[in-house]
Design a binder for this molecule. Structure first.
Ligand SMILES: C[S@@+](CC[C@H](N)C(=O)[O-])C[C@H]1O[C@@H](n2cnc3c(N)ncnc32)[C@H](O)[C@@H]1O
Length: 348
């Protein structure tokens, strides 16, 4: 049955209302993560009053927050005033398999929240809102606030854990002798790649604040003999002589001039016959209204507001590569991985 104009208008208004108020559920989930509610509820159903005591919160208001979480499907209100964690809510447990707790803490945290609050400034000027609000770039902020850096690094690992095995399976890494994961954080991706290529050796290269936890993670993965963490600044140089350089979610943090400096440093360092590999989202030439395009476009806004980078189209990646003396060879989409692709380039 065709919709009447009035019905169509009502459904358009409902869609727009959900977009306008989209920050509200995000904030509710963030507060739940800050209070560690999922961990406190892990043992079984519990009362709002006891959760208020454990979290030192205002009992009637925590009760209302729990009812908001029930409306979002993160908890069940099993009887009035008593709540149990759902399978969805269990993903907010710290350190649990598939946990997204640090991602919730990061996006709702001060750097992200206040920067998004100034998105209009970024759109008006092109300047990173983080720089506008805090007077420093995103990674300077993380270097200055170690607790925020710890959350950021864990959030990156939570995101990367969702894709690391797909990256390792999508490409034959056993053809290389040594790989450097540039801006590789705590080594989550490197560990998955080395597990898939038993003769490969690797380094995770990052700022001291970025890869401080990598030696522990690599040792725990049984890779201490094949992997190392190297601290440094990719705007100065990257470790020399490897035949593969992989950068996941790094180039999208930077504008074109900065990206060319990073890629040129990889070009200077790469061994003959080596390959440059990026794991990034390749933006479509024409944007449509679809969940995957929405995800890419929202992350592009995130890059604009926070680090001052951007998500790029294939043509834009080709241009960056050319400026850094690489040529794009292949783009391997990673199915069901939030629009990520593995982009392969060769030195020219
Ligand atoms: C968005 S995170 C991605 C981390 C990791 N590749 C992943 O996908 O999980 C960007 C990384 O670049 C690192 N980084 C930022 N500036 C850097 C610099 N100047 N030199 C080296 N690493 C840097 C950050 O510390 C961070 O680990």
């Amino acid at each position: 049955m065709p919709q009447s104009r009035e019905e169509a208008g009502t459904s358009a208004q409902a869609t727009l209302m959900a977009l306008i108020t989209g920050f509200m559920p995000a904030r509710v989930v963030h507060v739940a993560a800050e209070l560690g509610l999922a961990d406190l509820m892990a043992a079984g159903e519990t009362s709002a009053a006891s959760l208020a005591r454990e979290t030192g919160t205002h009992a009637p208001s925590l009760h209302r927050l729990l009812r908001a979480l029930a409306s979002l499907g993160l908890v069940d209100e099993v009887e009035p005033g008593r709540f149990a964690l759902t399978a969805l809510g269990a993903h907010l447990r710290r350190g649990a398999p598939g946990s997204l707790s640090n991602i919730a803490l990061m996006f709702g945290g001060e750097r992200s929240w206040r920067s998004w609050g100034e998105l209009l400034h970024s759109v008006r000027t092109g300047e990173s809102a983080t720089r506008h609000v805090f007077g420093m770039g995103s990674f300077e902020y993380l270097a200055a606030y170690p607790p925020a850096a710890a959350i950021f690094n864990e959030a990156m690992a939570e995101i990367t854990r969702q894709v690391a095995h797909a990256v390792a399976a999508a490409y034959d890494f056993s053809r290389f002798r040594r790989i450097v994961d540039v801006g590789g954080g705590n080594g989550t991706l490197l560990a998955a790649i080395l597990a898939a290529a038993p003769a490969l050796r690797g380094s995770v290269f990052d700022l001291p604040a970025g890869n401080a936890d990598a030696p522990r993670l690599l040792a725990a993965a049984g890779l201490a003999q094949r992997a190392e963490a190297i601290a440094g600044d990719f705007f100065r140089a990257v470790p020399q002589g490897a035949d593969a350089y992989i950068l996941k979610s790094v180039i999208h943090d930077w504008d074109d001039d900065e990206s060319v400096i990073i890629l040129t440093n990889c070009r200077k360092a790469i061994a003959g016959g080596g390959r440059l590999l990026l794991v990034e989202r390749v933006m479509p030439e024409r944007m449509e209204s679809s969940p995957i395009h929405q995800r890419m476009a929202m992350l592009d806004m995130n890059m604009l507001a926070l680090p001052g980078g951007r998500e790029r189209t294939e043509a834009e990646y080709r241009a960056l590569f050319q400026a850094a003396r690489f040529a794009l060879e292949r783009i391997l989409p990673l199915p069901d991985r939030g629009g990520l692709s593995l982009i392969e380039a060769a030195p020219v």
